[in-house]
Design a protein around this ligand. Structure first.
Ligand SMILES: Cc1cc2nc3c(=O)[nH]c(=O)nc-3n(C[C@H](O)[C@H](O)[C@H](O)COP(=O)(O)OP(=O)(O)OC[C@H]3O[C@@H](n4cnc5c(N)ncnc54)[C@H](O)[C@@H]3O)c2cc1C
Length: 411
């Protein structure tokens, strides 16, 4: 089989790349080792970026997602500092005045990813192969030959968009990017039902509990009274402290004075599963001759929030646009694909840098405590933090020492 573009992986990054290519009138082949619907270990939190990007590709996709029944509209975040002072920060100020257009959602990845795969199945320009793992990649003078382990599936592509997630063999073997524990988070996820004390407007909760630092516990409300509950911690910290994340979470839910009340009648649904989060806290080369790395395969997860779906979508769209440019120019060189990295880091770079700084703040729990204490009393600071969801320039302030000095003296 021959194709101009082959996309490895039909997760959010790969599916978005395929949809954008189709929108540009370019045919492609998408190969995924799983058969959809399939699960993916995740917090299931979708930020405003997801809808914005899908709407940019095709307004209809955005509308269909807005109408979907499997998602829970979420209007903000509750941060809980190690001193247990919490602060509710809405994504939009005065959001109660207009609740017709939610931008944040929580939805199980089995549903969201299947939604995207259904979207790619609607497009005649995209051929999807499910249940096929690409394990061999050979660069030949006229393209990449991609094959399954036993060679029963083969495709020859002018361009490869690598979107096969955190454990991508291509990323490791061809791009030479190795997992570094200081730029990688270990995460576990569980589904519970019957948790009490959830926010009425489905705010997602991030708990920076003392016993979990520098990691945190999240509770993200889902439809039907369920919630996604999990813990994430930098891999080097988890390793150094010899932490068993699953045990840490179960012990915390059973013994922490607040959590034990809230989980008193809660029931675990299914199993507790783990997966890695490759962080964008370090800039990497995301391309080479005839290929581009997208989403987790390109280490693009936000190091502070753990958000990777939005960044997978953005990079997927940029990769599709760059593939179109390469086809038009008939240039598949390493140099030509440099423009892809430039696009990714121009748009995502500033917030990845700010989040890398914020991630380091967790090492100073007292600072975090102070911020929450002041924010809970000071409406201006709370509003400022709300605006930070949209404005990276404002978020930059959080990473600067002068911000805290000014706060202390303006109390
Ligand atoms: C515990 C945890 C919590 C998280 N919470 C959040 C959150 O709340 N919000 C958020 O935005 N992000 C979160 N993330 C990050 C998010 O899950 C990822 O950033 C996102 O899934 C990246 O999408 P992707 O398309 O790059 O990769 P994936 O979603 O991993 O998709 C990769 C696809 O490639 C396929 N594949 C793999 N290998 C092959 C192969 N050899 N051949 C063919 N196909 C292959 C897989 O089957 C899969 O379908 C979390 C991650 C973890 C681990």
């Amino acid at each position: 089989m021959k194709t101009k573009v082959c996309i490895i992986g039909a997760g959010p990054g790969g599916a978005t790349a395929a949809l954008q290519l189709a929108q540009l009138g370019i045919e492609c082949i998408v190969v995924d080792k799983a058969v959809f619907p399939r699960d993916k270990v995740c917090g299931d939190g979708l930020s405003g970026k997801v809808l914005t990007l899908l709407e940019r590709i095709d307004k209809g996709i955005g509308q269909r997602l807005q109408q979907a029944m499997f998602k829970m509209d979420s209007w903000g975040v509750t941060f809980v500092a190690p001193n247990r002072i919490g602060m509710d920060i809405p994504y939009r100020l005065n959001y109660q005045q207009d609740m017709s257009n939610p931008r944040g959602f929580v939805c199980k990845r089995i549903d969201f990813d299947n939604f995207l795969v259904d979207e790619i199945k609607r497009r005649s320009e995209i051929r999807l192969f499910e249940g096929v793992s690409i394990d061999k990649y050979e660069l030949q003078p006229d393209g990449y030959l991609l094959s399954s382990k036993d060679g029963s599936f083969q495709v020859k592509a002018d361009i490869v968009i690598v979107a096969n997630g955190a454990h991508s063999g291509f990323t490791k073997d061809v791009a030479g990017i190795k997992m570094e524990p200081e730029h990688y988070v270990a995460g576990i996820r569980a589904y519970y039902k019957g948790i009490t004390g959830l926010h009425t407007d489905a705010f997602i909760e991030l708990h920076f509990l003392k016993n979990m630092l520098p990691g945190y516990l999240w509770i993200f409300p889902l439809p039907n009274g369920e919630a996604n509950v999990g813990v994430g911690m930098l891999s080097n910290s988890a390793r150094n402290k010899k932490v068993n994340l699953k045990q840490l979470m179960l012990d915390t839910l059973a013994t922490d004075p607040v959590m034990k009340e809230r989980f008193a009648n809660a029931e675990l649904v299914g199993t507790i599963d783990g997966y890695g989060l490759p962080l964008g806290s370090k800039k990497r080369k995301l391309h080479g001759e005839r290929y581009m790395l997208v989403g987790d395969a390109g280490y693009l997860i936000d190091p502070f929030t753990g958000e990777g779906i939005g960044n997978a979508l953005y990079s997927g769209r940029f990769a599709a646009q760059q593939a179109a440019a390469a086809i038009a120019a008939n240039d598949y060189s390493d140099k030509f694909f440099e423009a892809y990295d430039n696009d990714v880091y121009r748009i995502l770079g500033p917030e990845l840098q700010v989040s890398t700084k914020l991630q380091k703040l967790i090492k100073y729990p007292w600072l975090f405590n102070l911020l929450m204490k002041m924010g809970s009393r000071n409406k201006q600071l709370k509003d400022l933090m709300s605006c930070m969801f949209h404005e990276v320039d404002l978020r930059k302030k959080l990473g600067k020492p002068m911000f805290y000095v000014k706060l202390l003296f303006n109390r």
